[in-house]
Design a protein around this ligand. Sequence first.
Ligand code: HEC
Length: 189
Amino acid sequence: MMDSFEFTKLAGAVLSALLLIFGTRTIIDMNVGHHPEKPGYTLPAAPPAEAAAAPAGGAEGAAAAPAAANGEDVIALLSKANADNGKAIFKKCQACHVAEKGKAPTVGPNLWDVVNRKKGSYPGYQYSEAMQKKGGEWSFDQLAQFLHSPKAFVPGTKMLFNGLGSPSDEADVIAYLATLADTPVPLPK
Ligand code: HEC
């Protein structure tokens, strides 16, 4: 015969089982019900090729368009680069760089006369070890690669800048840098 104590135990067991079943179903429903169709964000597509900036090489450029731009694309754009546009873009660089002759460097080195200057050589500026060891001069080629991806070109650089993201903007900035000298350096043809 079932006494009341045993009945309580049984009722408790039944109740626990029911709770477990409903609880589990609720958790399953919650998860199923809230699965979004798509994630709430989409990754940006690769930036469009700079076709408009390279009318001469149009067809060729489109056919050979690489999946990701690199420093060589920047150099290819230099001969038609726009230094005036580069001057406007250079405002971003001015967060860290001055570029007037003789002016004391700020966060980064003074960029007056930087084209063909020895890397890491502005007097009185404390460069990173990586930059001091890089070697060579800031030719157009080296500037293009550095500005396109500072961290990739000089791993360990203290220039905390990800590049402008647009090869034609990068070419324009380099064209502007080339004007900042007593004797401006002609752009490559
Ligand atoms: C957030 C700050 C910052 C920004 C923005 C920035 N730079 Fe720099 N830049 C630096 C620092 C710091 C260095 C020194 C790097 C080192 O020693 O590793 C540097 C170094 C350089 C150098 C090497 C110069 C030399 O004397 O060897 C060039 C060229 C340069 N920057 C160009 C640019 C240009 C062009 C832009 C804009 C498109 C830019 N930087 C934006 C901080 C910055």
